[in-house]
Design a protein around this ligand. Structure first.
Ligand code: BGC
Length: 398
């Protein structure tokens, strides 16, 4: 059976919408001497400018868009539901459909309502049920328009930090604030995922439901195989096993992590690094998808892949190399349903603030004016020439 391959870009509510005032992050960003370089503030004002951005994405030749709905807006106080917020996300979804863009909707992308955090967050006994109730509300409102739903973003992130712990500073500086996803709470997050999946399926039996995972390509160097295998079990495989119950796995890959006999090694001497300090290694994508499918047995949707770079030509090169590795995996039989680039817009990169630029489109911090980068046109052109399940056409010719 052939499927239409999704070509698109991804965002997350808190990173682009602006003024997410009822969320835990908003409050923590404003704390004196906190870990954030700057607060999210207006972000990209995507809350008001979504129509323009979705139109641009479609005009570039992309046909799918991953965005997240914000729990803190939809349930700003426990049990108080904002119909206006739900209506807003219905309009965002409708804007996608009006442009022939397939929406891929994430229900939780790191932020939670401040009240939820205050009640113990994911470790609270009622967490899974509360999240499932929220998921049910969202799906009741927009579910008939949405085929692809991600429950939680990168539930394995805390476990990933744990196994990279020996390069602690780098791990801590790696991706945002991972309070909501520490290894300790991994089981709670998986329980919330399962509960939400149940709520979604009750409402929309035919939707594709999955979670997303941070999946760097783990590689063993010299006698590093036992350490790599142990790390893979903790940070990847137990989550991929849980995903066997899902309809797909959302793979999010940026780089590789190498392991020697004593543990993680960090980037090789002299390796090119991105603005995040991660090794520039786009070939991680194909390998990560291969592994994700091998363990989960589920179809793969690449829900994030990208590079923080000020030089947009680096992004173009990164996209080509990542897609070549993806194409090679697909020709070996890995069932990949789409590629969603992170990110549509330069946005709020968690505690790094606005310095790292992952976007296909630049955003002026004061006027919010958008500037399309060459990489956006490049990805659009690739999408245009690889339509309708032409898996065999990947890797692209350059
Ligand atoms: C997250 C995004 C983040 C990106 C780059 C992923 O871990 O889902 O929110 O911006 O990586 O760090």
């Amino acid at each position: 059976m052939t499927h239409r391959f999704l070509w698109g870009a991804a965002t997350a509510a808190h990173q682009v919408e602006g003024n997410n005032v009822a969320s835990d992050y908003w409050r923590d960003e404003l704390r004196e001497n906190g870990i954030f370089t700057e607060p999210s503030g207006d972000a990209c004002d995507f809350y008001h400018r979504y129509a323009e951005d979705i139109a641009t994405l479609a005009a570039l030749g992309l046909d799918s868009f991953r965005f997240s709905v914000e729990w803190a807006r939809i349930e700003p106080a426990a049990g108080r539901w904002s119909h206006a917020a739900l209506d807003h996300y219905a309009r965002v979804t409708e804007a996608c459909l009006a442009h022939g863009v397939t929406p891929v909707v994430t229900l939780h992308h790191f932020t939670v309502p401040a009240w939820f955090a205050d009640r113990g967050g994911w470790d609270a006994p009622e967490a899974a049920e509360r999240f499932a109730t929220y998921a049910g509300r969202v799906v009741a409102r927009i579910g008939d328009m949405v085929e692809w739903l991600c429950t939680l973003n990168e539930v394995n992130l805390g476990s990933l930090f744990e196994v990279l712990g020996e390069v602690t500073e780098r791990a801590a500086a790696r991706r945002g604030d991972f309070r909501t996803a520490t290894g300790r709470t991994a089981e709670a997050l998986l329980a919330a995922h399962a509960a939400a999946r149940g709520a979604i399926r009750a409402e929309r039996p035919h939707a594709h439901v999955g979670l997303t995972l941070a999946l760097p390509d783990f590689q063993a160097v010299a006698d590093g195989e036992p350490r790599m295998a142990a790390a893979r079990e903790v940070a990847q495989d137990r989550f991929l096993v849980a995903a066997r119950q899902d309809d797909f796995v959302g793979v999010q890959t940026y780089t590789r992590e190498r392991f020697g006999p004593k543990g993680p090694l960090g980037p090789p001497e002299g390796a090119a690094l991105t603005q995040m300090g991660w090794e520039l290694y786009p070939e991680a994508l194909g390998a990560a998808c291969r592994h994700a499918q091998e363990i989960s047995g589920r179809p793969i949707l690449v829900t994030e892949n990208g590079i923080a770079a000020s030089d947009d030509a680096q992004r173009v090169g990164y996209i080509d190399r990542a897609l070549r590795s993806l194409g090679a995996a697909m020709r070996e039989g890995v069932d990949v349903r789409g590629y969603l680039h992170w990110s549509l817009l330069d946005n709020f990169e968690w505690h790094y603030g606005y310095a790292p630029t992952f976007g296909l489109i630049a955003v002026d911090r004061r006027s919010f004016a958008r500037t399309i980068k060459p990489s956006a046109r490049h990805l659009g052109a690739v999408a245009q020439s690889h339509r309708e399940g032409d898996y065999s056409l990947l890797p692209i010719s350059s």
